[in-house]
Design a protein around this ligand. Structure first.
Ligand code: 2AL
Length: 249
């Protein structure tokens, strides 16, 4: 099967981190197509970044549908554009935040999330509520570091994440850690070994869950609000994103 993993920010080095995490867990018969959005912010750190990033993300889903991709992963912890992506995809589309939180809820009675900036912490708290995870998530924590600092070998990101994990175990009573940024995917193995608890990277979790759903023969429901968008003209710069009318027969 072919799973398209989309980094909705425009930083190719982060896509490499994401691709490595996806390929490390993919089954032998799974091909990972890892792509970087062609348009949008270099990192996604707020509502505005998310909103603008969704256009590039949806363009990649459109391409994926033309290429016959089996399923998708949105590799940004805000899960930007998740429901819009599901409207235009036939196969499953999973966000890394929802995949990681669901995985963590299977493995512990309470998890803490460690994300980048204070403002993305607030967005992650909203996701916790949207996904009905209030009873599973003990706390969302931030290291107060911009997303692209995770890509900077000179930054103190690793040490800060290790310290934040330690505080989470001491103060939150959590049994698992969810890494709250796609750019943290390469830390999973080292943190798991260091702390001896499940440390969940959403990229890997989402790839395995898409594999499972596709393996079960399941697709995105086209009944109700996830039905394909209505055909209508789009005007202005995004006119090519209009949905073509269904063909007869
Ligand atoms: C992210 C992420 O995963 N990629 C990005 O650009 N911003 N999310 C985050 N919470 O830091």
């Amino acid at each position: 099967m072919r799973i398209k993993v989309i980094n909705p920010n425009t930083t190719p080095s982060m896509t490499e981190t994401i691709a490595a995490a996806a390929r490390a867990v993919a089954a032998p018969g799974t091909e990972i197509l890892a792509v970087t959005s062609a348009t949008g912010p270099v990192s996604i750190e707020g509502h505005y970044d998310e909103a603008v990033s969704v256009i590039g993300l949806l363009q990649e889903i459109h391409k994926g549908e033309r290429d016959g991709v089996d399923g998708y992963v949105i590799a940004c912890f805000g899960d930007p554009g998740l429901l819009a992506a599901r409207e235009i995809a036939s196969g499953p589309v999973l966000g890394i935040a929802e995949a990681a939180m669901h995985a963590a809820s299977f493995l512990s009675t309470g998890f803490s999330i460690i994300t980048t900036l204070g403002r993305t912490r607030i967005i992650a708290e909203q996701l916790v509520r949207n996904y009905g995870m209030e009873h599973h998530c003990r706390r969302v924590r931030a290291i107060d570091l911009p997303v692209l600092e995770l890509e900077n070998p000179q930054s103190d990101a690793r040490r800060m994440i290790v310290e934040e994990c330690r505080s989470a175990f001491e103060q939150d009573g959590c049994g698992a850690i969810v890494l709250g940024c796609a750019g943290m995917a390469d830390l999973t193995a080292a943190l798991t070994k260091r702390f001896g608890v499940p440390v969940i990277d959403g990229v890997g979790a989402a790839v395995k869950m898409v594999e499972a759903l596709v393996g079960l023969g399941l697709k995105t429901s086209k009944r109700g609000d996830l039905a394909y968008p209505l055909s209508k003209p789009f005007t202005g710069r995004l006119s090519d994103m209009a949905i073509a009318p269904p063909r007869d027969g």
